[in-house]
Ligand binder design. Structure first.
Ligand code: PLP
Length: 441
């Protein structure tokens, strides 16, 4: 195809900046750190490539062999491509899909929003980023709980100031009204995720109501003073994956006035095991959604047209969703329960482990705290990272410490994710963990 006769090999110049270690990028890019979880996951993949059998409980993703996407979605995408749906979609999403999201929320969450409140993007990440970028000015205060997923990175990207709330085990690692209320004055954004990545626990309806009442009160006072409000970014990407008796609570469901201040983050990535398809959405106040749409549009972070069309068809088919979710949720609940019970048995035996009962998402929160003990090689386990390495080496199980979710304390809490493993792998891994813990002295 090329009409040029010679190739200019520019490799040396392209690599020069990196080789000499000179800092040539701006402060934001320089200070941005990559995903800690992906670093751990890459280490495990390298071990697997080297032939080691590792039970990988690290990534918040799905193995399509364990959890395929709904057939209705797969067939819908193929049909949409066959129809030639390959051009740009509208930058705020196909109207047909925005209407489907509107109907889904009314049908399942019992909240009705107008169409201009709904924005489609290529997954929840661009929605999160555009929400931060739309409401925050540099230096604004963003309140987010620890542990939580990626809020530190988005805060950094918009030059805001992170104010963290340390959440306790007794509150299932979720924020309380008292914690949030104390930080509302002077804050621009509060971020809550339920069911929560990493803990797999869900916020209590009354606690959420308390937080929402406090936000409305704060904003009523700000309105009187002519000040901009504090917004609630409510990431409910896992809401369809509640397990057991858990009932998902929404801010506008508990306090309708919150519609002025709540930005919902949602999408198909987790609900339909469709992380690679890239369809997400925001639902929120029209003025904010319009600005988020402008940001998403300029970045070009819209979802592929064919995937949008197929998602719309799936969301409009409650029967297909129900059938799919029944099997999907059962598969998730089986794995989480099996892990939980296995860990409870270890605890009963006196091994230093503790797990929180699973409530939703694809995660289990586990404390593995053999601190002060020595491995057979004489290494003393002092920090979460020591425990993570020991569990990987001695039990061939990959887990993620809460440090990857912003926590600083080395108190033994880890996230276990079940999206990429089968029951047989879990059954084989549990005795390995028990054995490894028994061997410590
Ligand atoms: N929100 C939470 C809480 C998540 O855990 C994730 C992914 O792990 C996302 C958002 C991002 O979802 P997406 O893959 O649609 O960008």
């Amino acid at each position: 195809m090329s009409k040029l006769s010679e190739t200019s090999d520019v490799t040396a110049w392209a690599e020069a900046g990196k080789k000499h270690g000179a800092v040539r990028v701006g402060r934001m890019a320089q200070g941005l750190i990559g995903s800690e979880i992906l670093t751990i996951a890459a280490e495990i993949r390298a071990q697997q490539r080297a032939g080691r059998r590792v039970c990988n409980l690290t990534v918040g993703d799905f193995d399509p062999k364990q959890f395929p996407i709904p057939e209705r979605l797969r067939a819908g995408i193929v049909a949409a491509y066959d129809r030639g749906e390959t051009n740009y979609p509208p930058s705020d999403g196909l109207l047909q899909l925005r209407e489907s999201v509107q109907k889904l929320y009314e049908r399942e969450l019992r909240i009705r929003y107008p169409i201009p409140s709904i924005l489609i993007a290529s997954g929840a990440r661009p929605i999160l980023h555009s929400a931060y970028a739309a409401v925050c000015d540099p230096g604004d205060r963003v309140v987010y709980p620890l542990p939580s997923w990626n809020n530190n990175h988005y805060t950094h990207m918009v030059g805001a100031q992170g104010v963290t709330v340390e959440c306790a085990r007794e509150h299932r690692f979720l924020p309380t009204r008292a914690q949030i209320e104390a930080l509302l004055p002077g804050s621009r954004l509060v971020c809550i995720n339920s069911p929560l990545n990493p803990s797999g626990t869900a916020i209590d309806r009354e606690e959420l109501r308390g937080i929402c009442v406090a936000i409305v009160r704060e904003n009523t006072a700000r309105k009187a003073r002519g000040e901009r409000p504090v917004f609630l970014l409510y990431d409910q990407i896992y809401w369809m994956l509640c397990v057991g008796e858990t009932v998902h609570a929404t801010p506008t469901g508990v306090v309708p006035e919150m519609a002025e201040y709540t930005i919902y983050v949602d999408g198909i990535s987790k609900a339909f095991a469709a992380t690679g398809l890239r369809v997400g959405w925001a639902v929120g106040p029209v003025d904010v959604i319009e600005r988020m749409s402008a940001i998403v549009g300029h970045v070009g972070a819209w979802a592929p047209r064919a995937e949008q069309a197929a998602t719309s068809e799936l969301l409009d088919d409650p029967g297909a969703i129900e059938t799919y979710l029944a099997g999907f949720r059962a598969g998730i609940a089986d794995r989480l329960t099996r892990l939980y019970q296995g860990l409870e048995e270890m605890r009963a035996e006196g091994l230093p482990v503790e797990a929180l009962p699973p409530m939703g998402a694809i995660y289990l929160t586990v404390r593995i705290a053999p601190f002060g003990k020595h491995t057979r090689d004489g290494i003393q386990l002092k920090r979460n990272e020591d425990v993570r390495r020991y569990v990987l080496e001695a039990a061939q199980i990959g887990i993620v410490p809460f440090q990857a979710f912003g926590c600083v304390q080395d108190d033994g809490w880890f996230r276990l994710s079940i999206g990429a493993v089968g029951l047989a792998e879990i059954d084989a891994a549990l005795p390995r963990l028990a054995h490894a813990l028994r061997q410590l002295q």
